[in-house]
Ligand binder design. Structure first.
Ligand SMILES: C[S@@+](CC[C@H](N)C(=O)[O-])C[C@H]1O[C@@H](n2cnc3c(N)ncnc32)[C@H](O)[C@@H]1O
Length: 279
């Protein structure tokens, strides 16, 4: 396990993933009934952008830093809430998915954030300690997820955001997602994936859908043509809430012009599409 999210925190892919996360959580908050969030690959929860890792890559400069001119009050609701949360962390720090989720819990809601790396898990425990409904667990996210489903609330979101560093990650993800959906068919599942090539991403999505999902929505962002570095990424959402696609499209109109690496020559694109499965 060499991956450390600190190198990538706040990059363009985090921005899109975290806005999608907030859109879904805001939807779940509309009803009084409790919801559960399970974050299978949680990271440390809070990233200091002055650390050596983010400075070395400068990825936040091409992501969250590009949104500095956006006023939360003028943005669609989820983007506005996301910007407020980021601002509350201070200019030099960036919140990870478990901290974003913890901030959006109501007293009746629960978050289980799972992280396998011991050092990251230890920091995550400290970061989540102030949140009564949130718990951090040091464990394998795939195995623990299957044990935790269905959540007692029977409403909720599963975020699966692996590092994709191990060979076979796509396979274990597809297998776990199929099992998880069988155990919690009404759950909302948000899966992040890198796009090294569109054909590889399409094959991955096809594999996920072939595992028994009728359809899923994808949101894919490209900030530059394919290259050695990551310039494209996506999220796949199973059971997206009503209004999710419309809000992501409204958000895309504000994000795309800001996140392009070279806007004059290669404008960024954010595509929202339904993908049909085998059922
Ligand atoms: C992409 S990062 C997570 C970022 C986080 N979800 C966010 O958006 O802020 C992936 C994390 O998964 C952890 N990890 C790797 N393999 C894991 C596994 N099998 N179970 C749980 N965590 C794992 C890594 O240590 C890393 O912190």
């Amino acid at each position: 396990m060499n991956y450390r999210h600190g190198y990538h925190a706040g990059n363009f892919a985090d921005v899109v993933k975290h806005v999608a996360l907030v859109v879904i959580l805001q939807h779940l908050r509309k009803k009084d009934g409790a919801f559960s969030v399970i974050d299978t690959h949680a990271g440390r929860g809070l990233y200091d952008l002055r650390d050596a890792a983010p400075i070395a890559t400068g990825e936040a400069e091409g992501g969250i830093a590009r949104l500095a001119d956006l006023a939360a009050k003028d943005a669609p609701p989820a983007l506005g809430a996301y910007l407020r949360l980021v601002n509350e962390c201070g200019r030099q720090r960036y919140p990870g998915s478990p901290l974003i989720a913890a901030n959006l819990l109501r007293p009746q809601d629960r978050l289980t954030a799972i992280e396998k790396h011991p050092e990251e898990a230890a920091i995550l425990k400290e970061v989540l300690a102030p949140f009564r409904g949130a718990v951090a667990q040091e464990a394998d996210g795939y195995a623990r997820l299957v044990r935790l489903l269905p959540p007692p609330s029977r409403r909720g979101l599963i975020l699966i955001d692996p590092p994709f560093e191990a060979t076979g990650e796509f396979e274990i993800l597809a297998r776990t997602l199929a099992t998880a959906i069988r155990k919690f068919a009404t759950g909302i599942f948000l899966v992040w994936y890198p796009i090294k090539s569109q054909s590889a991403a399409d094959a991955f999505i096809g594999e996920l859908l072939a595992a028994g999902i009728a359809k899923a929505l994808t949101v894919e962002i490209a900030v530059a043509p394919p290259s050695e570095r990551l310039t494209r990424a996506g999220v796949l959402v199973v059971n997206p809430p009503y209004g999710f696609a419309a809000e992501m499209l409204a958000t895309a109109a504000l994000l795309a012009p800001r996140l392009a690496l070279d806007p004059a020559r290669n404008p960024a694109t954010i595509d929202v599409n339904w993908r049909a499965g085998s059922e």
